[in-house]
Design a protein around this ligand. Structure first.
Ligand code: MOS
Length: 704
């Protein structure tokens, strides 16, 4: 057999379908007798619907029906064990408006234009309207553990202890060097190019739902609970996704509306969420405020670490961003406290956004680490090397495979870090002030349950089928590579079937865990099929495989995580107020890399997103109406090609055999982690301004 295909930079097998426009995304599907639905969103964020006037719109050309609380049919609130959903309350459940844009009616018409026009003519009157609680303007210095509960007591902020060891307060008081700072990350909105969309069909018994989802199986389970039908009566299809970034992990209210309307009308209903609605009704990364206190001996030994996070949640959810996820195990210290609390806002439910928890969390803790290094007058790379733990002190178990030190040293070498002069503004090139900063990062690695079926055909072709998704990251290609590796069959003779709940149940595309999850199931299935082939000359032989979850394990034997280091150079020109990220060097320890090209693509995309998190992205809410006001791609600023830095990506490629036999941990979110704090530290090095509230707007640098 030829050399292994594992690790090779093979191009994605679905690439030609995508560049030729042949790949069908959710809203590309058209069904016979299909009608179009456009939801009407509330124009207030806190109040009650007094009256809904629908007659005018109902009489407009092409309008078929206007759905509201009174005529949508019965919907059920899913119990938590049905599956994951952030806004669990079904649409139109009561008269209370809890956030701007909350759906209050649904116009269905023969054409999209007619439905859009109809939606403009639905008249809603409101009562008991009060000023929305969109953003309590807590100044960072008042965000302490006690302030969180005192200031926000009316909002029931409850502080939960996430992790604790030793006595952090006592060690802090006794230490010679300490820092105490509060960091803020703003609300950010997922803006995948593909809008959320649902196309629902109901034949009197079976719901067929084409959905923009990162998790077909969960979507089916939740929708069956909401619609009150058995799971086998719901089929979810998602063949291609124009990215999701976490925003498409769990079902949202528009999908329920489309399904319920299709049930009432007995016609297929297509609903595509608008870009404006994407800012209102399908989740966002919530605002966080994090106080970090660290102390050290003069030699840099970390003596205590306290990380206390507060995040915004919606009025009906308990969304916990889990900012302290990486804090308990990342660096060694005997005294630690990590807490989390939520505050209620009149905003739509937050949801996971690429690297939820750890990414905003690492902005706080890695920024604080840089501030501690400055206070100690120790190089930030050296400080991190000094506090490398022997084992996971949180769970008191060994690491499965941790090469963080090598990420730091190799990254420093590739970047040229030894040339750095620490004084503020001391480095210049071509008349531009340079700032060099760095940060470390970590991300969880685990497996979800997965089942797979592999067929070997007598004509030398093969098929692998699994009910997972490719959200644009390369899962089609990884699945084909696994079959190719075991059989020697060429990639173009392997058919990959995914994105359908009729297939064996596969994992969610979340947490960068699909690759690690599917390996055991697919390898087992293909080996079973090969065995069957030995004794049979049937046209088709097949095998099945199953992989078990490690995610959420109660007593893991090993601490399994990915690691990385980010080194950043910014260029700063105060004369023209121009800040650029020139280059990023990143070294990633994500286990064995299955496909170099797609892994690199994931990391590069995440780095570009990290520039956006550091410099540009934030959702503004109007304090009067509660409306996200920059709800379009002109006013919501994101990284463009012109803003993208030069990127140098290296994978260490040490297999992590505790996770699966190939040792792959999965790659994606780890690339975003550490970017924002590295940029913030580089900006400080260039300008002397420490920005603790993202994004790093130019104004913050000029106000000095
Ligand atoms: Mo990712 S936020 O788990 O899609």
């Amino acid at each position: 057999m030829s050399a292994s295909i594992i690790g090779q930079a093979v191009p994605r097998i679905d690439g030609p379908l995508k560049v030729s426009g042949t790949a069908k995304y959710t809203s590309d599907h058209h069904l016979e007798h299909m009608v179009y639905a456009v939801p009407v969103g509330a124009a207030i964020a806190n109040g009650r619907i007094a009256a809904l006037e629908t007659e005018t719109a109902r009489a407009m050309p092409g309008v078929i029906e206007i759905f509201h609380r009174g005529n949508l049919g019965s919907l059920h609130k899913p119990s938590p064990d049905a599956g994951m959903i952030d806004e669990a309350r079904p649409p139109f459940h009561d008269d209370v408006i809890r956030y701007y844009g909350q759906y209050v009616a649904l116009v269905v018409a023969e054409t999209f234009e007619q439905a859009t026009e109809g939606a403009k003519h639905v008249k809603v009157t409101y009562e008991d309207v009060t000023t929305p609680n969109v953003n309590l303007d807590l100044t960072p210095s008042t965000v302490t553990l006690s302030a969180a509960s005192e200031v926000e007591a009316p909002l029931d902020a409850k502080v939960n202890e996430v992790s604790k060891r030793g006595d952090a307060e006592k060690a802090f008081e006794a230490s010679p060097i300490k820092i105490d700072q509060t960091y803020v990350t703003p609300a950010e909105t997922h803006n995948p190019i593909e809008l959320h969309a649902s196309l629902a069909q109901y034949d009197g018994e079976l719901f067929t739902l084409y959905e923009t989802t990162q998790a077909v199986v969960n979507h089916r389970n939740v929708m069956s609970a909401i619609l009150g039908v058995p799971r086998e009566n719901v089929r979810i299809i998602m063949k291609y996704l124009g990215s999701g970034f976490g925003g498409k992990l769990w079902p949202w209210t528009h999908g329920t509306l489309a399904a319920a309307a299709a049930r009432q009308l007995k016609r297929p209903v297509k609903l595509v969420v608008t870009r404006k609605q994407m800012f209102e009704t399908v989740g966002h990364r919530c605002r966080t405020q994090q106080r970090v206190r660290m102390s050290a001996e003069k030699d840099g030994t970390l003596t205590s670490l306290r990380h206390e996070a507060v995040n915004d949640a919606g009025m009906l959810d308990e969304y916990d961003e889990n900012c302290g996820e990486a804090t308990p195990y990342f660096y060694g210290t005997d005294n630690l406290l990590v807490t989390a609390a939520q505050t209620k806002r009149n905003i739509g439910s937050p949801t996971a956004m690429r690297g939820p928890g750890a990414v905003p969390g690492l902005f706080a803790t890695e920024s604080a680490y840089d501030e501690l290094a400055l206070a100690l007058d120790i190089d930030p790379v050296q400080l991190r090397l000094r506090n490398e733990p022997e084992r996971d002190q949180d769970l008191n178990i060994p690491f499965s495979s941790r090469h963080y030190k090598e990420c730091l040293t190799l990254g420093a070498e590739r970047f040229g870090w030894s040339e750095r002069t620490p004084a503020i503004g001391s480095m210049r090139k071509d008349g531009i002030t340079l700032g060099w900063g760095m940060a470390g990062c970590s991300w969880l690695a685990a497996r979800f349950d997965a089942e797979a079926r592999v067929e070997l055909h007598a004509d030398g072709t093969a098929k692998v089928a699994i009910g997972t998704q490719d959200i644009g990251t390369g899962t089609y290609t990884v699945l084909a590579q696994l079959v190719a590796e075991e059989t020697g069959i060429a990639l173009d003779r392997i058919v990959v079937e995914l994105g359908d709940t009729l297939l064996p149940p596969g994992p969610i595309s979340g947490g960068s865990m699909v690759t690690a999850s599917v390996i055991p199931a697919v390898l087992q299935a293909v080996r079973e099929a090969k065995k069957a082939r030995k004794t049979s000359s049937a046209p088709v032989v097949s095998g099945t495989g199953k992989g078990k979850r490690t995610f959420g394990q109660e007593h893991p034997k090993f601490s399994v995580h990915s690691y990385g280091a980010q080194f950043v150079e910014v260029g700063w020109q105060p004369e023209i107020a121009r800040l650029r990220v020139n280059r990023v060097v990143t070294v990633i320890d994500a286990g064995r890399i299955i496909n170099q090209r797609m892994a690199r693509n994931q990391i590069e995309g995440a780095l570009v997103m990290g520039v956006g998190m550091a410099l540009f992205e934030q959702t503004h809410y109007d304090p009067r109406s509660g409306a996200p006001i920059n709800s379009n791609l002109a006013d919501y600023v994101m990284t463009t090609h012109a803003d993208a830095p030069h990127m140098d990506v290296t994978f260490l490629d040490y297999p992590d055999k505790e996770l699966n036999e190939l040792g792959a941990r999965g790659v994606g979110e780890i690339g975003l982690a550490g970017v924002a704090p590295a940029i913030a530290s580089a900006v400080h090095h260039a300008t002397g301004v420490r920005v603790r509230e993202l994004p790093i707007e130019i104004e913050k640098l000029l106000s000095r």
